[in-house]
Design a binder for this molecule. Structure first.
Ligand code: IMP
Ligand code: MG
Length: 182
């Protein structure tokens, strides 16, 4: 086992499960947006793996763009304040937009992003999140497409980080508590 993988307490969602679910989500989006020309906005950096895999399962005309926001410090607890660090370039007025995010936790980030994009008068905004932690919700927001509902545990892998690390794990896992306390 690699040094990195030794830090993983357990695998919560395997590579195969992710693959299967991403395929289903892509199929659903393809059906729901048949005949449309959509804009898919990835919230960096956490959604990078999910975005790349999901896009290849979407079979309608699609433009992509990227946004960077930060609400977290380097720890596991949200600071609450959301900041826009990089905006999208594409115009979205009158367009159908899908925001792709890694995880919907307190919901503050997506609540902020959705409001921010609505100001540009798109036709619609849908949220597609790989993971949903409904127990932790504080903002009034829900996703339209959800990969997996997860318990209130800090998860890493497949894009999700702890202190910028572990994004390159191919599965979703839970870290050993010793990693936080070190
Ligand atoms: P929210 O604004 O509280 O919904 O936080 C959303 C962001 O917090 C996500 O995009 C993640 O970057 C980060 N986040 C929340 N929970 C976790 C987790 O369990 N692991 C890694 N990142 C998380
Ligand atoms: Mg993130």
């Amino acid at each position: 086992m690699s040094e990195m993988r030794e830090d993983v307490l357990k695998v919560l969602i395997s590579e195969e499960e992710i693959k299967r679910r991403v395929k289903e989500l892509g199929k659903q989006i393809t059906e729901d947006f048949a005949g449309k020309d959509i804009v898919v906005v990835s919230v960096l950096k956490g959604s990078v793996m999910f975005m790349a895999d999901l896009l290849r399962e979407i079979d309608v005309h699609t433009e992509i763009d990227f946004m960077v926001c930060s609400s977290y410090g380097s720890g596991v607890v949200s600071t609450g304040a959301v900041k826009m660090l990089k905006d999208i370039f594409l115009p979205i007025e009158g367009r159908d937009v899908i925001i792709v995010e890694d995880i919907l936790d307190t919901g503050k980030t997506l609540h902020y992003i959705k409001d921010y994009l609505w100001a540009r008068k798109p036709n619609s905004i849908q949220i597609c999140t790989l993971l949903d932690k409904p127990e932790r919700r504080q903002a009034d927001i829900n996703a339209d497409y959800i990969g997996f509902v997860v318990p209130d545990e800090f998860v890493i892998g497949y894009g999700l980080d702890y202190d910028e690390h572990y994004r390159n794990l191919p599965y979703i896992g839970v870290l050993k508590p010793s990693v936080y306390s070190e």
